[in-house]
Design a protein around this ligand. Structure first.
Ligand code: GAL
Length: 454
């Protein structure tokens, strides 16, 4: 019998993110949304038990269960997680509580996690991005157990690219999490038929974008799909435009606190985004990332800037064929550059069911775990020895780019900057969205850099 218990946080602030089919403009295309799926489930009994479990209240989690905390609840994201949990249960036989808090990019999950960590009630293991979120937030607070012993036992020191090891290791050489994948943030997903109808090619530069957009619009196709109901998507879109305006050297210097955020390239990034946003869907603020990506899937929009979890949504959830039903390019001006988003899991200090959590990490880091999870999730393996034959064309192309491109970390997904700066950048971009003042946004970023990067 399947013993996994699936949770969705019930706090008022999270209700919207947990999904309500009646309010979902994409309810038809998202017909298999797990939030609406339970009615005929033969495992309804398990689901009923879950009603009593609340990820915000750890006292409701059975004490012998391995509680796995993440934000993967649907739209292709959950499929990968559940496949990993299946492997874990089959191999180790633990009872699992799948404590997933809905909401893209984990904004809501991180709020719940923070209050639990502060209360000294961590889950057994939790999802965390490699990079500054892990190191500046939880490692700096002495809240994580080093995993050097596990890397020794599993022989993992040469298994992952050095860049990934560096993103999870502190200055004393202690490593704090296990990477399960690599996602790419700077992807322009396209509806190939829409481009054919308009008789234009997917753009590779800002100039080309502004040339093809009117041609698409003339055919009644929304050029660019945006879903900023959750505002992280604005930060996400902007980081790709920023990289396009700065190139990787200045991008890295900015986050290292070594360049001025009022530089012309930063100002230009907002000016370009303003021009691009003349071509977005009117209902952008009512849509989340899946709902915006679905516009491209349905052919109502031609392009969407999103991380390649959208590829997992297209291929796994909507069963679209990469290269036929949808296409992809690096976002304008970012060819040859790859913004990395690395999902990892770590072991909090005082983790309940610690042994189980360590065994979960073994599964995450294994070839079997990675090559089961990533084809479903839309990402590529973090390991250097993944079996590429199990990945679709998108995955194989992306793996090749990952080997040859210049890698830079993502801001929106918590790798490039300490959390305080990320928050300041989010505020600047959200304010820019309503005021459209590039100079003000750049000044706010410069203030954030003075406060948190230097
Ligand atoms: C990212 C995460 C991805 C995906 C995405 C959308 O932060 O790394 O795995 O979950 O958010 O929710």
């Amino acid at each position: 019998m399947k013993r996994v218990l699936t949770l969705c946080a019930a706090a008022a602030l999270l209700l919207a993110a947990c999904g309500d089919a009646d309010e979902d403009p994409l309810a038809d295309i998202n017909g298999d949304d797990p939030a609406t799926e339970d009615a005929d489930d033969p495992e309804e009994e398990d689901e009923a038990a879950v009603d009593d479990i609340d990820p915000e209240d750890p006292d409701t989690v059975p004490s012998d269960a391995v509680e796995i905390f993440s934000w993967w609840t649907g739209a292709g994201e959950e499929a990968g997680l559940l496949a990993l949990i299946d492997i874990f249960e089959d191999e180790y036989g633990y009872e699992v509580v799948n404590s997933a808090v809905a909401g893209g990019a984990g904004t809501d999950a991180q709020a719940v996690l923070t209050s639990r960590m502060q209360a000294g009630q961590p889950p057994s293991t939790f999802q965390i991005h490699a990079g500054r979120a892990l190191l500046d937030q939880w490692v700096a607070a002495d809240a994580m157990e080093p995993l050097n012993f596990l890397y020794d036992e599993e022989g993992w020191w040469d298994t992952f690219p050095d860049e990934l090891l560096e993103m999870t290791t502190d200055e004393d050489g202690n490593i704090y999490s296990v990477p399960v994948n690599v996602h790419r943030s700077n992807v322009l997903f396209t509806n190939l038929a829409a481009f054919e109808t308009a008789g234009v090619e997917p753009p590779t530069t800002f100039e080309e974008f502004l040339e093809v957009a009117p041609a698409l619009e003339a055919e009644g196709i929304t050029p660019l799909a945006l879903g900023d109901n959750e505002t992280w998507t604005l930060l996400h879109t902007w980081e790709t435009v920023l990289l396009g305006a700065t190139g990787p050297d200045l991008y890295n210097d900015l986050f290292a606190g070594e360049a001025d955020w009022t530089s012309p390239e930063v100002v230009e990034s907002f000016e370009v985004m303003e021009q691009m946003f003349e071509y977005i869907n009117d209902d952008h603020s009512a849509r989340n990332w899946q709902d915006a990506a679905a516009l491209v899937a349905e052919g109502d929009a031609a392009m969407n800037i999103m991380g390649d979890w959208a590829q997992g949504y297209f291929s796994t959830d909507l069963e679209l064929e990469p290269g036929v039903d949808f296409g992809w390019e690096p976002t304008p001006n970012t060819g040859g550059n790859f913004i990395t988003v690395v999902d990892t899991f770590g072991l909090p200090d005082g983790a309940p069911s610690r042994e189980g959590a360590i065994d979960w990490l073994r599964v995450l880091g294994s070839v079997e775990g990675q090559d089961t999870f990533n084809p479903l999730k839309g990402s590529i393996p973090a390991r250097l020895d993944g079996d590429l034959s199990v990945y679709n064309q998108y995955g194989q192309d992306t793996y090749e780019d990952f080997q040859s491109d210049t890698l830079v970390p993502s801001l929106a997904h918590n790798s490039a900057a300490p959390p305080n700066f990320t928050d300041a950048a989010m505020a600047a971009v959200v304010q820019w969205m309503s005021q459209r003042d590039a100079e003000v946004a750049a000044q706010q970023l410069e203030q954030g850099a003075a406060d948190y990067l230097r």
